[in-house]
Design a binder for this molecule. Structure first.
Ligand code: ATP
Ligand code: FE2
Length: 351
């Protein structure tokens, strides 16, 4: 069985093709970026509309898979930005109708987890899922991926992007902060906000903003290289220590033996080192999703589609549990679900 997966929850329009054994045959994408400033939903939507056909064509050409070889169409049904989600949903519905193949809507967050399980070989991990809009500590219990801890405001990726914007780093800023932080030497104290198993980043952002303002006042409106390196270093040390602490607490509570790091921010070198060292101390295994599958991509959607399909999940059954705000405007069962939570999905394929 071959599944074509479409990703369009935010900045990336991706098409991936995966076979029944979970092998990625191709993983093409086009990502909306900016030189400065953040992501504007309408701009990202325009980008996706412009690139959708090109990405699909590349996926087919580079894999040698023909449209007629495809058995299943999966698409990211939520959570995400309404406009961008729709760009992928429209392509998915069209392909499904034209090819007369079944359509399956996938929860994007769960796709990040499942692709991490597939590549790591982990069966029952505690997952730290860190991306732009989401930051959750997840573990499977009683039929669903339960949230053991999560951000109370923005995802850590969006936090890093917003922090980067204060320094004019453009979007996405995460990878640039990762590099600049390596040159930092002096820790600038910042708030450390962890509340039980949950955490929040907006206070840290305000805190960092104030430090940047002070630096500009001292330095004729400019930011010195030393300060730039030190503030990136300090921000990373603070927020990644928070995430590591919450993950450590979760693993102590649930007594699992594996820690999986997945989502776009999983590519961060410092976060990987911190978690690896905590896992070593606790005597548990630790693995990170490969970089090419860390950020948003179509292959993870296709893979999650295959898992659901094999477990006999059908579109009309699974989306009943979730709220559908715009259902009347779209094909009923395939309406996008902007706020579809990880723990609303019955993960019947997990054994
Ligand atoms: P979500 O899964 O919440 O819908 P998303 O759609 O925004 O997230 P992902 O591609 O999973 O997207 O993650 C993108 C985020 O990852 C961006 O915020 C980006 O800055 C961040 N990121 C990418 N590489 C790194 C890195 N090396 N260090 C830190 N952050 C990074
Ligand atoms: Fe994502």
């Amino acid at each position: 069985m071959i599944c074509l997966g479409i990703e369009s929850t935010a900045h990336t329009f991706g098409v991936g093709i995966v076979d029944e054994r979970g092998r990625v045959l191709v993983n093409e994408r086009a990502t909306f970026t900016t030189e400065s400033g953040g992501i504007r939903p309408y701009k990202a939507f325009e980008h996706h509309v412009l690139f959708a056909e090109f990405v699909l064509k590349n996926a087919l050409q580079n894999s040698g898979v023909k449209l007629s070889d495809i058995d299943l169409i999966a698409f990211a049904q939520g959570p995400g930005l309404g406009l961008t989600l729709r760009s992928g949903a429209v392509m998915a519905r069209t392909l499904s109708k034209l090819l007369k193949k079944q359509l399956i809507g996938v929860n994007h967050c769960i796709a990040h987890v499942e692709i991490g399980k597939q590549t790591s070989g982990f069966k029952d991990p505690i997952t730290l899922y860190v991306s732009g809009a989401n930051t959750q500590i997840l573990a499977f219990a009683a039929g669903r991926y339960r949230v053991f801890g999560e951000t109370l405001d923005t995802g850590v990726g969006n936090f890093l992007d917003n922090f980067g914007r204060l320094l004019g780093l453009g979007f996405p800023a995460g990878p640039k902060i990762d590099e600049l932080a390596k040159l930092g030497k002096n820790y600038i104290p910042l708030n450390y906000t962890i509340k039980g198993m949950d955490f929040s980043f907006s206070g840290i952002l305000t805190n960092a903003e104030k430090k940047i303002k002070d630096e500009r006042e001292k330095n004729n409106g400019k930011i010195s290289d030393t300060f730039l390196h030190d503030i990136c270093y300090s921000v990373q040390e603070t927020v990644f220590a928070i995430l590591t602490e919450a993950t450590e607490r979760a693993i102590a509570h649930v007594n699992k033996k594996e820690i999986l790091l997945t989502g776009g921010v999983a590519a961060n070198s410092r976060l990987q080192v911190m978690l690896a060292s905590m896992a070593k101390d606790r005597g548990v295994k630790f693995k990170v999703v490969p970089r090419e599958l860390a950020g948003d991509n179509g292959a993870m959607i296709a893979y999650a589609g295959i898992l659901a399909h094999k477990a006999k999940v059908t579109q009309s059954k699974q989306s009943l549990a979730a709220p559908r705000r715009f259902a009347a405007l779209e094909t009923k069962d395939t309406a996008i679900i902007q706020d579809w939570r990880t723990d609303q999905v019955n993960a019947v394929w997990v054994k």
